[in-house]
Design a protein around this ligand. Structure first.
Ligand SMILES: [Fe+2]
Length: 149
């Protein structure tokens, strides 16, 4: 597991499922351009499935925000900073494969922000400003706990 707590893993789920959704939508468009109606339908159904997973995780995170907004914001900032797709470290020759997938329309950093990160924040009704403040507060807390040791 890429993160330590259930809350962080739930937040990770939002980003990972949204990213998968975006990838399938791109593949759907590509299949459509190539005139493959069957393949584009398969990708469309997969995309719909992934966005349902994403909404589930997001709805759980909304409850977590109600329960402990400050702590959940800190975790969102942490997960966003350390996010990697699940294939990293599992798939052999991941870097080579990613190079091919990028060519074929996978998500790069800019795409991640625009199509994954910002839409998830919007659904969660969390602003970037709030997240930055939470990240800054936890950095300060780390500094003080290190100084105290
Ligand atoms: Fe999924």
């Amino acid at each position: 597991m890429p993160f330590d707590t259930a809350r962080q893993m739930t937040i990770y789920g939002c980003f990972q499922e949204q990213a998968t959704f975006v990838i399938y939508v791109k593949q759907e468009q590509r299949a459509k351009e190539l005139g493959d109606e069957c393949l584009s339908t398969i990708f469309r159904l997969n995309a719909r499935d992934e966005i349902a997973h994403c909404r589930f995780y997001e709805d759980v995170v909304r409850v977590l925000l109600e329960e402990d907004r400050e702590g959940t914001l800190r975790d969102i900032a942490h997960v966003a900073k350390h996010f990697e797709m699940p294939g990293v470290g599992i798939v052999p020759n991941y870097e080579e494969r990613v190079a091919v997938m990028r060519e074929e329309g996978k998500v790069d950093r800019g795409g991640f922000l625009q199509k994954v990160f910002f839409p998830v924040l919007k659904y969660l009704e969390v602003t970037r400003h709030e997240l930055q403040a939470a990240a800054w507060a936890s950095k300060e807390a780390d500094k003080h706990s290190t100084a105290a040791e």
